[in-house]
Ligand binder design. Structure first.
Ligand code: ZN
Length: 393
């Protein structure tokens, strides 16, 4: 964070200088143009009468002005040159404050294999598909010889079509989609369809008293949601009373909040992704963000290892030397690490619950068992190893 602030200070300095130069050059240019205009008019007036009148006075005025123009342009160009040094200071501040050598934190061999390269290309391709950049995704599929079928592309194409319609305040494609998937959306307790109908209803209310009847008729669409959204429906129905005087002058003014339109896209993406069994964020952005969050900690540990001359400790390609907490956002699955063996549980070595309630891995259970007895390493109650039960997360 300090590094960012230091660079930001340098950037602010440059911007300040830019402003000074800009103000000066604008003022001077205006002034010179104005003078030129005045002289031009004077000369035009003279020439229309008699050419002889362009006398010594005008000549000296022109000479003065030319000198002034020359001086000002010289000053502007030298100010401009001075900016270069300030700009280059920003570059130096970036070099000084940010690590540029990240090679020790990556291992080429982890991606330098055709199969892994293919996986990376697929993840990149999926990212493009998710963001509606279909032409780029198609180009990547062709160039990287990826095997992505149209079936896989279709859900993304549909989601993007609906999202762009929502951005243009067209609710119809989204409503059709939710109607088609109503049962499955209901099963995951989604309120997407209700929220879409709510927005459509509010749009009708906004159109004034002449659409009041239409709004009332539209409210029939709320019937399936009456139970779950009772309170919200009462508010929507109450707002009908104020259509004549305008919702903006009523206690229901909050219904017009534009935030609902911003939210609906996010709600749609979340519910559609979960329905299609996709993660909300693309795997590419998750990996990138997780990597960026982990780099400072990895850089620090590398520094410590170098100082203590124990760089050889971190040589495993698929394991980090320290545990990095990326926060709840990046926590997807519960993991069990055996407190005895200090290893993550696997399918062949799952977590086992002893009769006392404490959990250890199956390997530890086998190691600690003595005949038909195991002494819990925690409480330490003795129990029969065969009474231990496998835990599922
Ligand atoms: Zn115990």
């Amino acid at each position: 964070m300090d590094a960012c602030l230091t660079v930001e200070r340098e950037v602010d300095k440059v911007l300040g200088k830019f402003q000074v130069v800009q103000n000066y050059s604008e003022r001077e240019t205006d002034y010179m143009l104005q003078n030129l205009q005045e002289i031009r008019e004077k000369l035009l007036r003279c020439s229309s009468n008699s050419e002889d009148e362009i006398g010594a006075r005008h000549k000296s005025m022109l000479r003065d002005l030319m000198k002034k123009v020359k001086d000002s342009t010289m000053k502007i160009s030298s100010d401009h040159k001075e900016l270069h040094s300030s700009v280059s200071k920003v570059g130096k501040a970036i070099d000084k404050n940010f690590y540029s050598d990240l090679s020790s934190m990556s291992e080429d061999s982890t991606i330098d294999v055709p199969e892994k390269m293919k996986l990376i290309n697929e993840v990149i391709c999926e990212h493009f598909l998710r963001h509606g950049m279909l032409d780029i995704a198609d180009a990547l599929i062709k160039d990287a010889h990826l095997d992505i079928e149209n079936e896989k592309k279709e859900p993304f194409i549909e989601i993007n079509r609906i999202l762009s319609a929502l951005k243009e305040r067209n609710l119809q494609p989204a409503l059709q989609w939710t109607f088609m998937h109503r049962e499955r959306l209901e099963a995951q307790r989604s309120s997407l369809e209700f929220k879409l109908h709510r927005l459509q209803f509010i749009e009708l209310l906004k159109q004034g008293p002449e659409n009041q009847r239409e709004a009332l008729l539209y409210s029939r669409n709320f019937a399936p949601f009456a139970e779950r959204h009772e309170q919200e429906l009462q508010i929507l129905m109450g707002s009908l009373l104020f259509v004549r005087q305008g919702l903006e002058n009523s206690p229901y003014v909050h219904l017009l909040d534009q935030v609902s339109w911003l939210e609906i896209g996010d709600i749609f993406t979340r519910d559609a992704c979960s329905l299609l069994g996709l993660s909300i964020d693309s795997p590419l952005s998750v990996s990138l963000n997780a990597g960026c969050a982990a780099i400072p900690a990895l850089h620090n540990i590398k520094h410590v290892m170098q100082q203590r001359q124990c760089t050889g400790v971190w040589c495993s390609n698929d394991e980090l030397p320290i545990e990095i907490d990326l926060g709840n956002e990046y926590r997807y699955h519960s993991l069990f690490a055996c407190p005895i063996l200090r290893q993550q549980s696997t399918e062949s070595n799952p977590a086992m619950r002893l009769a006392c309630g404490h959990a250890i891995s199956r390997d530890s259970l086998n190691k600690l068992s003595n005949g038909n007895k195991i002494k819990c390493p925690y409480c330490p109650i003795e129990s029969n190893p065969s009474h231990a039960k496998q835990l599922y997360f």
